[in-house]
Design a protein around this ligand. Structure first.
Ligand SMILES: *Cc1c(COP(=O)(O)O)cnc(C)c1O
Length: 384
């Protein structure tokens, strides 16, 4: 499937884009090209455009073509992790003295990279409440080069207006990057709403089976893509052939999985709302969620991530996490199996004492695709 495949439906592109049968063997699935280098027919005579696997690899190229198609972008670059992708994006777009706006509940690792690594190289950052467009506009400075957003955010599931924030970014001469990990390309298409770059931790919904770590950058801007490619080769945090193949294997069922994640999350949300031990439920699919209207406009459905607070403070939250049987206590999200975690002590521990600190009575669940009734029963029992 080539560029002309844009008219195909999402599931068709997930299964076929970049994944034509191998022309020499007929192999229906793109092979794992486990090779570091490629034979040349005379000096400079590359057969398929490949010379060394840090620079390019056919299995990675297949994944990249599929990811670009799913996000509606011209180009994609696959990295060894989401943080590898984020690092490449930031280094392509920022120089010492530049300023970046980040969500005030950004993914902990993103915050740590910007604060603890890029900070030493003279990049300034300001955490902002993304759902408050006026606050974002007010935080823009003359040296603001990037607005980095997540929507829904992690772990508070706030919703940011992608189209509105892209206008603010562009009128300030800055770029808008959307970390689309929580929504997945099936639920949300940021490039179509004006974003310049989409970043993914493909470790999560895209891979979908908790068996591979990876990241990606997707853009329709040729120049930005060339810089991302330069950093793939120049800094080397590329996705391996095996990881690329495994990620492609997961992608094929992305639509089915996202539908089931969303179905199950809706069941779990209803059960949590009724439970006396639950103080509040954060889910953009709820009409009373402050971002609900916006989420309804820019998302197809509301996904599998839910956060909730419990009565009884931190200990009560830790107890729930300790008592579930089907929800495995673990970091990460987006796999077929359900996970539960305490952001304050786990994924977001690095934000303690900062503006990005999360409530201590907060619990986050990644609702998997098991039988929905089993998941509800497990949580209800754990809540006591
Ligand atoms: C996991 C995650 C990342 C980092 O990705 P890795 O693959 O773990 O390096 C970035 N953003 C969000 C929203 C994530 O959930």
């Amino acid at each position: 499937m080539t560029d002309s495949s844009a008219h195909y439906g999402f599931a068709t592109r997930a299964i076929h884009a970049g994944q034509d049968p191998d022309p020499t063997t007929g192999s229906v699935i793109p092979p794992i090209h486990a090779t570091s280098t490629y034979a040349q027919d005379g000096v400079g005579g590359m057969r398929g455009g490949y010379e060394y696997s840090r620079t390019g690899n056919p299995t990675r190229a297949a994944l990249q073509e599929c990811l670009a198609s799913l996000e509606g972008g011209r180009h994609a670059r696959a990295f060894a992790s989401g943080m590898g992708a984020t690092d490449a994006a930031l280094r392509a777009m920022l120089r010492p003295g530049d300023h970046i706006l980040i969500p005030n509940d950004a993914y902990g690792g993103t915050f740590r990279l910007i604060d603890k690594v890029l900070g030493h190289w003279g990049v300034e950052h300001t955490p902002v409440e993304l759902s408050d467009v006026d606050a974002v506009r007010a935080a823009v400075r003359p040296n603001t080069k990037v607005i980095w957003i997540e929507t829904p955010t992690n772990p508070l599931l706030n919703i940011a207006d992608i189209a509105g924030l892209s206008q603010i970014a562009h009128s300030a001469g800055a770029l808008l990057v959307v970390d689309n990990t929580f929504a997945s390309p099936y639920l949300q298409s940021p490039l179509g709403l004006g974003a310049d770059v989409v970043m993914h931790s493909t470790t999560k919904y895209i891979g979908g089976h908790s068996d591979v770590v990876g990241g990606a950058l997707i853009t329709s801007d040729d120049e930005l893509d060339a810089q991302f490619g330069f950093l793939q080769n120049g800094a080397g945090a590329v996705a391996s052939p095996f990881d690329s193949w495994l990620t492609l294997r997961g992608i094929k069922t992305l639509e089915l999985r996202m539908e089931k994640h969303s179905d199950n999350a809706e069941l779990v949300v209803q059960a949590l709302l009724k439970h006396p031990k639950v103080k509040s439920v954060l889910y953009p699919g709820l009409p009373e969620h402050p971002g609900h209207e916006l989420a309804s406009k820019q998302m197809r459905r509301f996904g599998g991530m839910i956060s909730f607070t419990v009565h009884g403070g931190e200990q009560a939250a830790l107890d729930v996490c300790a008592r579930t049987k089907l929800f495995t206590l673990a970091e990460s999200l987006g796999g077929v199996e359900s996970l539960i975690e305490h952001p304050g002590k786990m994924t977001h521990a690095s934000t303690e004492g900062s503006l990005l600190e999360v409530p201590s009575d907060l619990v986050r669940v990644s609702v998997g695709i098991e039988a929905g009734d089993d998941l509800v029963a497990d949580l209800v029992t754990a809540l006591g």
